[in-house]
Design a protein around this ligand. Structure first.
Ligand SMILES: NC(=O)c1ccc[n+]([C@@H]2O[C@H](COP(=O)([O-])OP(=O)(O)OC[C@H]3O[C@@H](n4cnc5c(N)ncnc54)[C@H](O)[C@@H]3O)[C@@H](O)[C@H]2O)c1
Length: 343
């Protein structure tokens, strides 16, 4: 049996479509001592190994079900004068944000957070039409903020250029970009990694991040109002996850971090700040399935805070990075991982 250890697992549950390997519990929920890891190589051959699960109580790691929907609440402008100067710097009255991958998950939660600090408009860019429309409608209804959905695949340069132009025309400005669209392949061995999968992931995670930043950057430079770009990288851009193989995802996120620094240096003269957020293992709705409970115990056991990140745990940092409160901060990669990368 191979012992479970630090950097034990992955985000594959949030990206099921790319999952090649599956973890399955060998015991009943709450009593796992070990889990079987079954993988299928590209020839379809089945391979199996066993991982030891750290001791835990009987309680499930997370209750099954969806994220608890917390309604966003708008910030009333009349409150602005009552805020202290420091608090005023955290507000974004009159600003407009675009958020890729804003249809759900971390992107949607950060959209909610921006809607609570005064933005006048939010453009959700996502490849999923129905999901994106629903999210935009939902957030508008909750807050009265003008939230619009744009169907954009971040690999499609023409669609990106068109959407960014439409945002600038409709709202009259674009001040904030959050690049949250991304996918993951995991449990794919480097020696057999299919070229088409490798290229696809890089196309979405790194080229997509660049193309959207470029289109929005061009608008910001033209408008001469400066701006803030926030790229969602991952702790996988700084460490190698263990035991699963995910070389392409890790490389893509390291590239996002270095792209962030490069753009920050180039565009500082245009008063555009560029920073990245690197989340650790996040407890998103998609991985709230009992079959993953044992795996989550390994993730948590290797996290000093002994929990996964909540889906809204990036929100306040996103607000800070978007706001004048962080005006001297650029080119930074901010880890939010409950301390996972410390060990
Ligand atoms: N969930 C985690 O544990 C975790 C950890 C570290 C980093 N991240 C990163 O955070 C970001 C968001 O992750 P999430 O957990 O919210 O994922 P998610 O799958 O819930 O949401 C991603 C969103 O991006 C959209 N998207 C995917 N491909 C796209 C494309 N080609 N064009 C436009 N939109 C596209 C999806 O439709 C979806 O709405 C990703 O970049 C991911 O790599 C997530």
């Amino acid at each position: 049996m191979r012992a479970a250890r630090s950097h034990a697992s992955t985000v594959q549950s949030a990206f099921k479509s790319d999952l090649v390997r599956a973890f399955s519990s060998t015991r009943t929920l709450g009593d796992e001592k070990s889990i079987n890891v079954v993988s299928f190589n590209t020839s379809g051959k089945r391979e199996q190994e066993t991982l030891a699960v750290p001791a835990a109580g009987n309680e499930p790691v997370t209750p099954p079900g969806q994220d608890i929907e917390v309604a966003a609440q708008p910030l009333k402008h009349e409150l602005f004068d009552k805020l202290s100067p420091t608090m005023q710097k955290f507000t974004l009255f009159g600003k407009v944000a675009a958020i890729t991958g804003g249809g759900r998950g971390l992107g949607y939660n950060m959209a909610q957070a921006l809607s609570e600090v005064g933005v006048k408009g939010i453009a959700i860019f996502d490849v999923q039409q129905e999901l994106g429309e629903k999210s935009a409608q939902h957030l508008s209804a909750q807050t009265g903020v003008d939230v619009r959905f744009y169907k954009v695949d971040v690999r499609d340069k023409a669609a990106i250029q068109q959407a960014v132009q439409d945002v600038a025309t409709h709202y009259g400005r674009i001040d904030i970009l959050i690049n949250a669209a991304g996918i993951a392949d995991s449990n794919v061995k480097a020696e057999t990694y299919p070229e088409n999968m490798f290229r696809r992931l890089l196309d979405i995670n790194i080229t997509g991040t660049f193309l959207v930043a470029q289109a929005v950057g061009q608008q910001m430079i033209k408008a001469q109002n400066g701006g803030s770009i926030i790229n969602i990288a991952s702790m996988s851009g700084s460490i190698v996850n263990y035991p699963q193989e995910q070389s392409c995802y890790n490389a893509s996120k390291a590239a996002v971090i270095q792209l962030t620094k490069s753009l920050a240096a180039e565009w500082a003269r245009h008063n555009i700040r560029v920073n990245s957020i690197s989340p650790g293992y996040m407890d998103t709705a998609l991985n709230r399935v009992p079959a993953l409970d044992a795996q989550k115990r390994i993730w948590m056991d290797n996290t000093p805070q002994k929990r996964l990140g909540a889906v809204d745990d990036l929100n306040n940092l996103a607000v800070y990075l978007a706001s004048p409160g962080s005006s001297y901060m650029t080119g930074n990669n901010c880890l939010i991982d409950g301390g996972y990368t410390l060990w």
